[in-house]
Design a binder for this molecule. Structure first.
Ligand SMILES: [Zn+2]
Length: 197
């Protein structure tokens, strides 16, 4: 594909070149690149179809795949502070990237919908990340994400306090923002069901 090279390895989902998005930082396995065609995000260099499919399969619960949407509004406003950048993640999915990836094993997306609860939670935590030293502190405390704790103990104590104090006011901002994003098909999380061709 045009533009693919050592600096821009091919997207494992669609083959278009990947471009740098976010620099490496603590809690991430390397710099983050993204595909401008299908939206897939890849952390730590070149990706692989098989590996991406394995990561997808791990996110399936009760036959439904649930992903944070890298093409969502919260990822766009959040950038490096996006709550979907979870510690240990290697791929960041979009509905289109999932569609391309599962086509490799003759599967098609049967249904893809906005997932309201996770979408609102991601938007909420993304905004909270702007207030704290660490990342995903609140969702981590709620057992909904892996927190990347701040380095120093005083920062961690402050983060816990800040998360409690601003949790509710931030929710009043995050809720309408995420609802609006969903109206424009840019919700922060998606529930996807697939089936064999
Ligand atoms: Zn792609």
């Amino acid at each position: 594909m045009a533009g693919v090279g050592p600096e821009n390895p091919p997207c494992p989902a669609c083959g278009e070149p990947l471009f740098g998005w976010i620099d490496a930082r603590p809690g991430l396995g390397g710099p983050v690149s993204r595909c401008e065609s299908c939206g897939l995000g890849v952390i730590g260099g070149q990706g692989e179809v098989e590996e991406a499919l394995r990561e997808l399969d791990r996110l399936v619960q009760g036959g439904v795949l649930q992903v944070a949407n890298r093409a969502g509004f919260s990822a766009w406003v959040g950038g490096a502070g996006w709550a979907g950048l979870e510690q240990g993640a290697r791929y960041l999915f979009t509905v289109e990237a999932v569609r391309r990836l599962i086509a490799n094993r003759d599967q098609v997306v049967k249904r893809a919908r906005w997932a309201p609860g996770p979408g609102i939670a991601i938007m909420w935590q993304t905004i909270l990340n702007g207030f704290t030293f660490g990342r995903n502190v609140a969702l981590g405390a709620l057992g909904r994400a892996t927190a990347s704790a701040a380095e120093r103990p005083w920062q961690r104590r402050l983060d816990a306090l800040i998360s409690v104090v601003v949790a509710l006011p931030v929710l009043f901002v995050a809720l309408p923002l995420e609802l609006l994003a969903a109206v424009f098909k840019r919700g922060g999380a998606a529930s996807i069901e697939w089936e064999l061709l």
